[in-house]
Design a protein around this ligand. Sequence first.
Ligand code: MRU
Length: 353
Amino acid sequence: MPRPSARALEPLVLGPEGLRILDQRQLPGTEAWVLATDAAEVAAAIRAMAVRGAPAIGIAAAYGAVLAARICWAEPGPARPCWDQALAELGAARPTAVNLAWALDRMRRVADQHGLDPREALEAEARGIHAEDRAQNVAMARLGAAYLAAGSRVLTHCNTGALATGGHGTALGVVRTAWSEGRIERVYATETRPWLQGARLTAWELAREGIPVTLVVDSAAAHLIERVGISWLLVGADRIAANGDVANKVGTLGLALVARTLGARVMVVAPSSTVDMATADGAAIPIEDRGGEEIWRATGAKAPPAGIAFTNPSFDVTPARLIDVLVTERGVIEAPDRTRMAALFHTALHEAD
Ligand code: MRU
């Protein structure tokens, strides 16, 4: 029987004063809002991860383009160079999630079509991107949930919920819908070091809706899959290449390898805005390195320790051969590969959409 859900999360709200962003760095302890009044402030919020998660980054960037348009078209002189520069800054905020470039390309096309004053059209487009993502999440959730047997135990990584998207979530959207249909007994969430998206955000999102969640340290996941009888690893994606390789939060590759070895299945849930048919395979996906500070700060140190080098890749690439099911709003691909990807996404999404 469907269970009642908590008040929907609305982490991105565009108003006349600017874009209000629920600051994910402070959750779950504090519900604080950042007000961005121009594109540079939106770019800074994306870089600093006040807003994060591939679809949410794309939506925030689209709203950033609206804020830039409000400023550039209100000033005397040619507006387009001012606006193009703002979009370049937004586009450079984070490199891996392709939703960012995808959303900005959509905004550019609208500006091209409404040359003299595109402000109204741009705002409608950004709101449309937001609403579409929410609807796509719900569609994907139905498709993905159908794969889960009643009473499944699932493992998820990072945060793929309402905070990371336009609402409902990608992998967590499948969890929400599957829970409401009685298909989930319990969700196991990894902490997701070093930024703790799982510990701070996923656990919070699930608990506030009464969905049973157990938090585990990242390194316990293999043990858990072996001992607890996890049937599915459910994850989102930041970029999916033309051959079905998936870039997602670092750790996903290890989890997928363990899942394959121990008999759990792997489901990736992502909207087509995360598919990048112009990138041939996972090796060509840029991987963000967020620097050592996120690692050494976790030890409580006040300064970087001497004599130690750090590498902090924020994402890794799971090869298509480890993925059992790829769920998008356009349909599901089982055992994704280049041919099946091309059949579902027959146009080069980021070139010809
Ligand atoms: O660094 P983040 O928190 O932006 O990384 C987010 C992820 O890797 C998510 O799993 C991915 O964006 C899919 S979320 C819908």
